[in-house]
Design a protein around this ligand. Structure first.
Ligand code: MD3
Ligand code: FE
Length: 203
């Protein structure tokens, strides 16, 4: 479903076997060094979703090759198979992809975690962002490129869903106002929600 120009939601894109494999990979990536961390913003805030990065390390509001706001370790490599998954996702949602993916940001949400309305503008490329969801269902709020406020569209994202944000939607405001605890597919064995975004750094 095209939620806005360039913003395409594909429910159930990842079949259960691929969800399980991706979750297993996320569990490995979450381990130290350069593992799951709490992100602190320059204004003194704390993000409630915890994060691990592959390829490039994101910190508010830039990219680095080491965990400059954590243990200082080199960022984990971005695996080739994940780049291929990203290109397959873009092909299915929008059409043939252009640039190769080289960043993954993996956010883990427990039942109380949220993500406020923001734009993703730290990448130097305008290539589409690919989002994959695992575990608990959330409310994803898709806004507009001009303001943090209405108009917006709320969409439920479930385990296995794909969302691709390209073209005029690439710089739209968006956030996660809530997660529905206990809604993950029981056979996945995940308490909480994981979101994997694949990006092109342009660096
Ligand atoms: C629209 N993640 O990592 S996924 C993020 O569910 C982020 O963890 C949310 O916002 C999450 O920055 C939302 C959907 C998403 C991801 C990236 C986007 C929507 C986007 C980039 C541009 C426009
Ligand atoms: Fe975002």
């Amino acid at each position: 479903a095209e939620v806005a120009p360039g913003a395409v939601h594909v429910p159930d894109w990842l079949e259960p076997g691929r969800q399980r494999d991706l979750l297993e990979a996320c569990r490995e990536w979450a381990r130290p060094p350069a593992g799951l961390r709490t992100v602190r913003t320059p204004g003194g805030g704390t993000m409630t979703a915890r994060q691990v990065c592959l390829g490039w390390h994101w910190y508010p509001y830039a990219y680095a090759r080491t965990v400059v706001d954590g243990d200082g370790a080199p960022v984990k490599p971005f695996p080739q198979w994940l780049g291929e998954l990203g290109r397959e996702a873009v092909r299915d949602a929008l059409g043939p992809p252009e640039a190769p993916y080289d960043i993954a940001l993996i956010n883990f949400y427990d039942g109380d975690a949220r993500m406020g309305m923001h734009r993703d503008s730290d990448e130097k490329s305008d290539a589409p962002v690919v989002s994959l969801s695992l575990g608990d269902t959330c409310v994803f709020r898709f806004g507009n490129p001009e303001t943090r406020t209405r108009p917006y569209t709320d969409v439920e994202l479930r385990s296995g869903d794909l969302f691709v944000f390209g073209g005029p939607s690439r710089l739209a405001y968006h956030g996660v106002p809530r997660v529905h605890p206990g809604t993950a597919p029981p056979e996945l064995g995940l308490t909480g929600r994981l979101n994997i975004t694949l990006r092109v750094s342009g660096l």
